[in-house]
Design a protein around this ligand. Structure first.
Ligand code: NIG
Ligand code: FE
Length: 405
């Protein structure tokens, strides 16, 4: 007699966005042992395959669990006052040069304990999960001492254990020059390379290393030292580059085999070509573009032309993108950057996963992991078209329904 395993779950008559495109007809999706075990048109219902399966849902749109590949979710304090200053005409750079900006979040984050940071960060994580995220990246970068950077990374790991979600961590020691190193940026970069990176590696706290390559942050030569240290320690490389000006940070990162170059509003054709050659993902952050009222658009046409995969992420952070709603990012990617809804959704699934070095995630494919979202909508494009919380009906993480409305 055949064993009926209750771990077999069947979704029937769902419209599927598989991570790259919408499938042509309504599908049935079978999940078993944490994996997608079957995917077939619902018009051809397969008794044998589905035998013993429990019906887990019917109708709606199924997408891969969303991948938010760039966040600064862990931090203390807020910067609402700076938001007001910017509305009065003070620029992000001016605020940063006057000791505000990232440094004001550094002060608050240094003063916070691990438990304080967990309490501050969990509501933001919960907002992402309620909008369909199953995998996210969290950066450090508001500690800027060895101890405080490790504290942030430990918190990132711990909040990932408190919720059904996959967290990847990125050491962003080279985010800003801390005030105690004023005038000694190269010495601070030495601290990042010689102490922070080895300490994070020793504790297994970092999956990747990131830098902020910018006039108000670190020069390409300084970023290159960080990349060399990351490479030496076997960590993946990412870069905040070409956000406010074109310093060639993306091409530099690509030369080091970076997983991604992020922001990239000021990226030029040579940079796009370097990324294409290296397979470096372009991470678009329309939330920061929107909040900073940036006018320089990322070179979307060139990225398309050279076939550079485009991810879309929240950049959730207290300064430039205090927004924890990934589906709003899909909307902004379309309205501000003119991505198609299909491109925006691929950016938050398949390409987001690739920007984290996890190419098996962000897909709905037989044999792949079952991280899934079932949405109360008729077609995938609605996720980018309408801005509306509460459309997530079910969230499946590693084959288990971890949220159901
Ligand atoms: O991704 N560009 C640098 N870092 C963040 C902003 C951090 C902040 O302002 O606190 C970003 O936009
Ligand atoms: Fe960022």
């Amino acid at each position: 007699m055949r064993m009926h395993s209750t771990s077999k779950q069947l979704w029937r008559d769902v419209q599927v966005f598989d991570g790259l495109a919408q499938l042509d007809e309504a599908m049935n999706v079978l999940v078993e042992d944490g994996c997608i075990a079957g995917l077939w048109p619902s018009s051809a219902f397969d008794e044998a395959l589905a035998q013993g399966a429990v019906e887990a849902g019917r109708g709606g749109v199924m997408t891969p669990g969303l991948v938010d590949c760039h966040t600064h979710l862990v931090h203390a304090g807020d910067r609402a006052g700076e938001f007001e200053q910017r509305l009065e005409g003070v620029s992000y750079e001016t605020i940063a040069r006057n000791g505000g900006g990232i440094i004001s979040s550094v002060r608050a984050t240094r003063a916070a304990s691990e438990d304080d940071l967990i309490a501050a960060s969990l509501p933001r994580l919960d907002a992402l999960l309620a909008d369909g995220v199953t995998t996210l990246e969290i950066k450090s970068g508001y500690g800027l001492t060895v101890a405080d950077e490790l504290k942030m990374l430990r918190v990132a790991r711990r909040i990932g254990e408190l919720r059904p979600v996959r967290v990847l961590t990125t050491l962003l020691g080279a985010h800003a020059l801390p005030p105690e190193y004023a005038g000694r940026a190269d010495d601070y970069v030495s601290l990042v390379c010689d102490e922070m990176i080895p300490a994070a590696v020793a504790e297994g706290l970092a999956d990747a290393v990131d830098v902020f390559c910018e006039g108000i942050a670190f020069s390409p030569a300084q970023c290159e030292r960080v990349f060399q240290a990351a490479q030496h320690h076997g960590l993946a490389i990412k870069a905040h580059a070409e956000q406010l000006s074109n310093l060639g940070g993306s091409a530099l990162a690509a030369r080091y085999g970076a997983l991604s170059a992020d922001h990239i509003e000021y990226l030029d054709e040579a940079g796009v070509r370097a990324m294409a050659e290296a397979g470096t993902v372009a991470v678009l952050l329309p939330g920061a573009f929107h909040v900073l009222r940036e006018t320089q658009l990322p070179p979307i046409e060139l990225l398309r032309h050279y076939g550079v995969p485009m991810a879309v992420a929240s950049d959730a952070n207290p300064g430039t993108s205090p927004i924890c709603m990934p589906t709003l990012m899909a909307n902004l990617a379309c309205t501000l950057f003119r991505l198609t809804p299909r491109e925006a959704l691929a950016g938050m699934t398949t390409h987001g996963a690739r920007a984290l070095g996890l190419p098996d995630l962000g897909r709905i494919a037989v044999g792949g992991p079952a991280d899934l979202c079932l949405w109360d909508i008729q077609q995938p494009a609605e996720l980018a078209y309408a801005v509306q919380a509460g459309r997530l009906r079910q969230r499946v993480f590693n084959g288990a329904i971890t949220y159901a409305r």
